[in-house]
Design a binder for this molecule. Structure first.
Ligand SMILES: C[S@@+](CC[C@H](N)C(=O)[O-])C[C@H]1O[C@@H](n2cnc3c(N)ncnc32)[C@H](O)[C@@H]1O
Length: 241
């Protein structure tokens, strides 16, 4: 089950307008070139920004996400017909032999439950050709990013084309060990509707992720920095054995 931020139709349509700076994807686009990936699987593709960027550059792309409303947003975008969209998760894939699988924008943290996490690593491996790579990021727990997720830091009112002003903010509800739970609230000025979305993210240690990757038949080739968020993220480059 995806969070309402991604799965509620009215909220899924806000995802791109409220987060228009996608310079975080540059490093992933460069990795697709570095690894000469012709076929790419984007796990947790959301509204399809990265999948569409790659399809636009001639790559064969499959995007999968459990939030149908986000897939609908992606499919309706220009070029949407060039990507194969799948509603589900990495356990719902047809046979594929991709060169690269990605999880951008901290999708790995949204996969909070251990069973789903292990199933995702297994599903990604099955989708990759031998020698293909899985690349993804996760926030370094040591940086305690959640301490910045306050109403004061996040509050904004954005003019969303076709929607009108939307007020939004986040509040932390619980930080218990590796799990961090928070609530986004959205207020639509046009009709006064208020929608909330609760999320839980898992903050995994670098060693834990490396161990999980090895256990699922990957070699950890590299753990990089995210150039747009220096010192805050681990970006794993894992190769399928
Ligand atoms: C922060 S969004 C990132 C979307 C997209 N990767 C991007 O860069 O814009 C997190 C996404 O992870 C998806 N997600 C949640 N659980 C998932 C799972 N088990 N498997 C795949 N995707 C999942 C959500 O539905 C949501 O679209």
């Amino acid at each position: 089950m995806a969070d309402d931020s991604f799965a509620h139709p009215r909220l899924a349509r806000l995802y791109d307008p409220l987060d228009p700076d996608r310079s975080d994807l540059d490093a992933y686009a460069l990795m697709a070139e570095e690894f000469e990936a012709c076929r790419v699987l984007d796990i947790g593709c959301g509204t399809g920004v990265f999948a569409l960027l790659l399809a636009d550059r001639g790559r064969e792309v499959v995007g999968v996400d459990p939030a149908l409303a986000s897939i609908d947003v992606a499919r309706a975008k220009p070029g949407g017909e060039r990507v194969r969209w799948i509603h589900g998760d990495a356990t719902d894939l047809p046979p594929l032999r991709v060169d690269l699988a990605t999880m951008t924008a901290n999708v790995a943290q949204a996969i909070a439950g251990p069973e789903t996490w292990h199933a995702t690593l297994r599903g990604a491996r099955e989708a990759l050709r031998p020698g293909g790579r899985l690349v993804f990021e996760t926030r370094d727990p040591a940086r305690r990013a959640w301490e910045e997720w306050t109403r004061e830091n996040s509050h904004s009112v954005d003019e969303v084309p076709g929607v009108g002003p939307v007020e939004s903010w986040v509040e932390l509800t619980e930080a218990a060990g590796p799990l961090v739970t928070f609530r986004w609230t959205y207020r639509f000025a046009a009709d006064g509707e208020v929608l909330v979305s609760d999320s839980t993210l898992r903050f995994r240690e670098r060693e834990e992720v490396e161990r999980d990757l090895r256990a699922h038949g990957y070699v950890v080739e590299d753990v990089r920095d995210a150039p747009d968020r220096p010192g805050r993220e681990f970006v794993f480059v894992a190769r399928r054995i």
